[in-house]
Design a protein around this ligand. Sequence first.
Ligand code: SF4
Length: 102
Amino acid sequence: MRVVVDQDLCGTTGQCVLTLPGTFRQRKPDGVAEVCVATVPQALHAAVLLAASQCPVAAIRVIESDTGDGERASADPAPSPAEAERHAAKDQRNPGGHDGTV
Ligand code: SF4
């Protein structure tokens, strides 16, 4: 399992850091949450799901597969036009493309 934070959505409440300080941390300058593990250990899966469910702005996304293949569980393998447009706009705003994973 992997987990990412949508840093454009993060409201800097720190709830995820309080729930799982070894998995999430807040950036020093602005308090935006980051993920500090590449993959989530099995023992923490339930806690990460809880943290994601408790995020007040739904900025935490859980990816079931370590390779990212499980992110899209639906039968539609291609992103919707709206989703593709959103990612393109995000890339223009943040050319570095940081998704919250360290
Ligand atoms: S709980 Fe959500 S809004 Fe709060 S710091 Fe974590 S990711 Fe950001």
